[in-house]
Design a protein. Sequence first.
Length: 381
Amino acid sequence: MKYPPTVRAAPALCAALLLAAAAMGGPPAARALETDLGEEGNKAVSDTFAAYKTANPSGACSALGAGKRVIVTGYGLFAGRNYNISGEVVSAMADNDFWPGQYKYFQTARAAKKYVYSPRMNPQAFSNGAIVSTRKMVLNGEDYNVCFMVLDVTWDLAAGILIYETSRFKPEMIMMTGGGAPQATFEGAAVNSASNGEGYKSSGEKNYGNRPESNWLLEDYPAGKEIKTTWNGAALAAATAKTISYLGYIVSGPAAQSPNNDYLCNNITFLALHATQYELPTRLAGNRTTGYKISLPAPRLPKKPIVGFFHFPDVPSRYPDLAGYGSGIFWWVNVLATAVQTALGTPAQSVSAASPVSAAVQAQPNAADTQALSRIQNSSF
């Protein structure tokens, strides 16, 4: 998630980002790792996280049979926007009636224009910082168990919930998403740098008690330490470029962290990479002197998952009203599905960069009208 312009810090923040160039060393010793939000902020986050664990002792993500396991995340409201494109797309992807159930609405531009979209993400549905659901999907003939998580824009809470669920669900891929970038981006890295912008409540109001007091995310890494995402961002950008172009945007897959990616999107990515790639415990909301309010053990995964972050472009600025953007939401869901299948699919079934496949059609194996693919791909938005 790009840093909200309404709370952007002074130019000193840009200097902190330059420390990304000083990426150095490997994982730290397994000792104090935490973000410090101040006494009240640490307690508020830890209380909410404790309530989440109590409500979900075995985790909210649950496998629905055989198949590859994937976690896909988005965010709730922030920065005064009517909606968060990441949370809306993830919520729509979790809705089988919408995707791929309603793909026939979007076979032609005429049908798409008649469709009035009803928002799927409900701010009142958040429970202790998250909305979580799991559904079974079939992409290009392969089974997937996908856990969808829409998270509050809250420092340390979002990452804590994700790591907690990861340790129980044990996914093969974690695709985090956020909104507000200049263009669609499959991010290449995250850095150990915390901006001083406030988080947000489920309602979209600023959470003034949720602001880092540290300039690091995990204290035992050097400030500015970079950890690379583990997907092939360039390949995913190539596989989704055609669809994203139809939507009116461009896409990239840089090898490094994008400029201005300094808010919670960087926060959750860095912490997820730390926990899954180094198999280390994570301690949040505190410091060595006062102690840690949140302590998460190493997730003990059977193998390292593919971990990456996808930035949506700033869709709400161009389309402030979701009601007329049903076709756009539909095809952004298709972008995420294509990315998952490209990253995890077997070589013979992977979506090729030269000819992106409609995962919307592929995800409905009993659909008879597969010839709709060419008509869908040539629709305008």
